[in-house]
Design a protein around this ligand. Structure first.
Ligand SMILES: [Zn+2]
Length: 100
């Protein structure tokens, strides 16, 4: 008893139908608007399953890619603030000393 999913091109609504030979034939009209502009689409279950598998296969590679990119950002360098500072002996006027 295959369960098929259908998508209507007129009202863009989706619905599912249980198709059994001789007993409940495939629908030819949209359940929502009644027009014959429906087409069969992969069922949500099959689609979700394959996408999940693809995501799982992608995950370790994706995580490494993100970590590589993060390591190249300025924020990844802990001493980045020091690199932006100008040493006192280089500037003409270092200013008054800060009284903490
Ligand atoms: Zn429709």
């Amino acid at each position: 008893m295959p369960l098929y999913a259908y998508q209507c091109d007129s009202c863009s609504q989706g619905f599912e139908a249980l198709v059994r030979p001789n007993r409940s034939p495939e629908p030819t009209e949209c359940k929502h608007c009644g027009k014959a502009t429906i087409r069969k689409v992969p069922t949500t279950f099959a689609l979700a399953h394959s996408e999940l598998d693809a995501l799982r296969a992608l995950d370790p590679m994706y995580k490494r890619m993100v970590e590589d990119q993060m390591a190249q950002t300025p924020e990844a360098e802990p001493m980045r603030h020091l690199a932006k500072m100008t040493p006192f002996d280089v500037v003409d006027d270092p200013g008054d000393p800060i009284d903490f």
